[in-house]
Design a protein around this ligand. Sequence first.
Ligand code: RUQ
Ligand code: CUA
Ligand code: CA
Length: 639
Amino acid sequence: MSDKKIPTPDAAQEPRGVSRRTFLGTGAVTGAVLAGATALGAGTFTRESWAAAAKEAKSKIHVGPGELDEYYGFWSGGHQGEVRVLGVPSMRELMRIPVFNVDSATGWGLTNESKHILGDSAKYKNGDCHHPHISMTDGKYDGKYLFINDKANSRVARIRLDIMKCDKILTVPNVQAIHGLRLQKVPYTKYVFANAEFVIPHPNDGHTFDLQDKNSFTMFNAIDAEKMEMAFQVIVDGNLDNSDADYTGKYAASTCYNSEKAYDLGGMMRNERDWVVVFNIPRIEAAIKAGKFINLDGSKVPVVDGRKVDGKDSEFTRYIPVPKNPHGLNTSPDGKYFIANGKLSPTVSMIAIDRLDDLFNDRYKDPREVIVAEPELGLGPLHTTFDGRGNAYTTLFIDSQVVKWNMDEAIRAYKGEKVNYIKQKLDVQYQPGHNHASLTETSDADGKWLVVLCKFSKDRFLPTGPLHPENDQLIDISGDEMKLVHDGPAFAEPHDCILARRDQIKTQKIWNRNDPFFADTVARAKKDGINLETDNKVIRDGNKVRVYMTSMAPAYGLTEFTVKQGNEVTVTITNIDQIEDVSHGFVMTNHGASMEISPQQTSSITFMADKPGLHWYYCSWFCHALHMEMVGRMLVEKA
Ligand code: RUQ
Ligand code: CUA
Ligand code: CA
């Protein structure tokens, strides 16, 4: 614990003047970025102020036993690969949804149903998800789906929010590292926009390392949200980081930090300015409809070229220069601005969306004429979120703060008026990446809660060895002043989260027997002449053995079956319990087989019976007073 002199909480929360943080030169900012990770000693809260915050927390965020939270929060699990569901404001974890990982409790990555959804990518046992986003209709969450990217294996996954299970995964062709992901907001989420971050050669067949070649590029990707198939790809200059869409359905925008197409740190910081690239969706759609597209490297996906040729813009894109290496890109809930967060610059750039028509019609001499403000906020601005009352909240990674600022006042200041657009700077613990205010990505933004996802927790929790948890902090933003009310330790690495009102998410209590989630298994059973709800039978098909059984607390429909050594065994279980919450499991000991079977669900798992002998199977989800007795035996006869 640090015993150096610490400022009083009041001083710490006072808006700090930004005058001393004039635009720093590359060297200084870069130095600060690089030093940022180690300069964590600046804790400015005293033990007394923590106590005061805790007291405040009690009244504000206490959700009593048996009471329900006001918001659902969906958290990315980062390179752990899953999505986590939390209640807000209690920050209680409600559920985990495995997606790009393997999970033994539910059998995700092990069952036939999940492998079918994972498709070819089932070979990957890892993932790196960053950006969870809920589907929208007319700029409001419709509660149907949640989409999330996988940077590690260039995938996009969809989660059905009615059952809170992943139901589709798509590998984006001919790109590497899907990072920024956002959804079309208006008129509805027709497209999932997904940025591929890394520049690669095309074809990427091992012929070159060269990134400067004209055949080395990356692409902006649009996925049909309902079909979960590729809709189109757009070749861009530079690279792509984060993105967002507007409230007209016409434009999407992405930040680029590697306009240099460099391969190293120094190279990626060479240009004084990188850019925000804006995509004109109707123009892209029209070109594709007219057959004006190419196919790339053996894929059938329509591709259009959004690069400049001899300094001349394509019809599909416009590049707006912004200070070097921007990061987050956020649309304000009033639909007026795209905000690009400076990262290496202490500023954010506000792009007026209502000037984009003119930009695309070449009415401006300089594309920077669409920028209506570039407020200076502090060091390391990464992401911005909104309260729906005209204020924005930006994370300052290096300063370890969230800064609240007023958008209209920032615009007035940019015009030369003397106004202090900074409303408050709040210390957070420590080094925040994303932040997210309740309903902020929709026109419903309600300005109640702000979650700040801090990358470092340092001394905030009981020590856990060299690996520390992260710290997802909850801030009350309903009043004039931001108030920190909760520390939430989290395992690697919740990049981002999203909050929806609880009435916007409607879930099923038990499975529907006709659910497409296990439709393939139902079809296979039908071919085997099996009635899944009543039959307990073993089907022998050469070397393959298919075991069908029911489960009802506390017993399986089959308590023994016999197979031959070398058989490939598929166990299919239908949970005929109708009672909410009575989930069963199935584990075959010493066979790596484990799965969940919730009420009215059918699940199946396949394994090799390669060890002669008696093998117990048992129920792994506590379902009944006699749960321990819910068992059976498999006899494997010597071949
Ligand atoms: S990015 S810390 Cu993967 Cu969302 Cu900004
Ligand atoms: Cu069935 Cu435990
Ligand atoms: Ca750069």
